[in-house]
Write a protein that binds this ligand. Sequence first.
Ligand code: IPE
Ligand code: IPE
Ligand code: MG
Ligand code: MG
Length: 315
Amino acid sequence: MSLLKRAEEALSSHFAAAAGFGAPPLLQSSMRHAVFSGGARIRPQLCLAVAVACGDDAPELTNAAAVALELMHCASLVHDDMPAFDNADFRRGLPTVHKAFSEPLALLAGDGLIVMAYQVLLNAGRHYPDRLIALMDNLSQGVGLPHGIVAGQAWECETSADLAQYQRSKTGALFVSATSAGAIASGQSPQPWVSLGAFLGEAYQVADDIRDVLGDIAMLGKPVGQDKLNERPSSAQALGLEGAIQHFDSLIAQAGSSIPDCACKDMLKHLVLLESQRLVPKSMCEDYRKRAAFTKPVKTRATRSQATQQQQSVQ
Ligand code: IPE
Ligand code: IPE
Ligand code: MG
Ligand code: MG
């Protein structure tokens, strides 16, 4: 079974079990809308891949850990899209939760998903108390303070923020939790897997910043040009597009080299490579470079002719 299929099946069954019966129907529907709307599921796949590399001796616990990561991620997207944050109307090609339902329901759906993530872990971890405690701690670090998603989003409320710290917290931390969770669920040390999550997570946010400029709503299923509109710190703005693409390539190369020696090294390298190509397709970069090369001489000529005019006016 592919990692994606395993992640999807685990999400469906754990969501249904944790939601139970009798909850307010609109809350359930809004939570379903947030989760089952076609996400790439990269975080749970990463968790599953590392677990397989570590022996995956408790597959039900691994599945629950993967599901908890995706539920947290979906909750963060619901809140991120709300008017108080990025005020986005579309996500994954569909209206965002507050648009499809309402702001109160979006707020509650996000809250419900965060609690559900812990509930899923608790339900699956009873037979592995040590691993359960480590998984809860690991997830909390990816989401909470001082360097998880909540902290990352909160940097947007400060008057200044360090770009790398902002990106590592709002996106990178949950990737570190994802690789670490795969090892912890299999009874192994997470330490050898931290760098892979950190490099890939940072690359992911750099890619998101590039796509916010070079992508379109049809490609991404969400509005573009948001970083400029909302005045968010962004790699594209800080490094320029060419600089951001080079930074992305370097982070992906470092992610590939950080994979520890294991039986699944090739599979993991392949996963990183496929993701990098999906995130920032070579064709997108080539199109951008062609356009940049085309506009450069025109700009130079204009500058030269302006300079000549200026010289003439001085003479
Ligand atoms: C989007 O994450 C938000 C970021 C942290 C960049 P994804 O690109 O993984 O979104 P989905 O889950 O596939 O929709
Ligand atoms: C989102 O970052 C990171 C989260 C923690 C939700 P962005 O605001 O850049 O992500 P998109 O572009 O809305 O997916
Ligand atoms: Mg945001
Ligand atoms: Mg956003």
